[in-house]
Design a binder for this molecule. Structure first.
Ligand SMILES: [Zn+2]
Length: 266
């Protein structure tokens, strides 16, 4: 099953010069797909691998910032769709990094492809299988040098969606960083969030994820698709801090799900 051709991929993969977001957090993704590098003297964490064809850009961005792909010690992800996890197998090969993922995401990554209970099963491109996976728990903290990054299960868009929080500092100013998984209720034709047998918990899962974003400490939000949270506007003003961004993200996603549920019930 190869899914439909990806009409957005060329747009998503448009080049983007890498830049510092704050402290030891850098944007190394493409213009349309986020990938973040969090650095330490003892190795780095990479969040998301974007498309398979994004990998050369991500590697070049890391180098251009003065870091080395070989020093990436841990790769984690938001959700295992081809546009965020498609490059992970290759990035793992190039770096030798550990890859950690939620139970559900790890099961998909181990086999490659698309999860059968994924709302977009049947219409999206499969991902390449990833070797040597570690399964993570909700709330698990990963430590690489001085980095402490916490996994938060935020399912709904997929059953294994994961968001990430950590602190980045500039001098004595430390900010709460949030890498938010996609919260959009999109699906293959025929899939219904209100009565899916494959994914019966889709709606309670979304509600739990929205509640997380209502309350999380959130100084700087980066979303899997940067334009889902005005990253480029914030880039233009040279200030990424927006303390209501996480709550706004949840509110927008809640509204979208509300409309979707209403449409399914008609
Ligand atoms: Zn997705």
């Amino acid at each position: 099953m190869s899914g439909q051709p990806c009409t957005e991929c060329a747009v998503w993969n448009q080049p983007q010069a890498p830049f510092r977001v704050f402290g030891n957090t850098y944007y190394v993704g493409t213009h349309g797909l986020s990938s973040l590098l969090v650095t330490s003297d003892a190795g780095h964490v990479l969040l998301d691998g974007d498309l398979p064809e994004s990998v050369p850009q991500i590697v070049a961005h890391i180098r251009r910032l003065g870091f080395r792909i070989e020093d990436v010690k841990l790769i984690v992800n938001s959700h295992v769709h081809f546009d965020h996890a498609g490059g992970i197998a290759e990035l793992q090969r190039l770096s030798g990094a550990r890859v950690a993922a939620s139970e559900w995401s790890a099961a998909v990554m181990a086999k490659g492809g698309v999860g059968r209970d994924d709302p977009q099963f049947g219409v999206i491109r499969p991902i390449a299988p990833v070797a040597r996976l570690e399964r993570l728990r909700d709330g698990e903290i990963f430590r690489i040098g001085k980095i402490e990054i916490t996994a938060h299960l935020t399912p709904g868009h997929t059953p294994g969606g994961t968001s990430w929080t950590w602190k980045s500092c500039e001098g004595t100013r430390c900010l709460s960083m949030v890498y938010a998984d996609s919260l959009t209720s999109v699906s293959a034709d025929g899939f219904q969030f209100t009565k899916s047998r494959a994914y019966p918990n889709a709606i309670p899962d979304f509600e739990k994820s929205f509640a997380f974003f209502d309350t999380v400490d959130c100084d700087i939000l980066v979303t899997t698709h940067p334009d889902a949270s005005s990253l480029w506007e914030r880039f233009e003003r040279h200030d990424f801090v927006d303390r209501i961004a996480c709550r706004q993200l949840a509110e927008g996603a809640r509204e979208k799900l509300r409309k979707r549920i209403a449409a399914e019930r008609q």
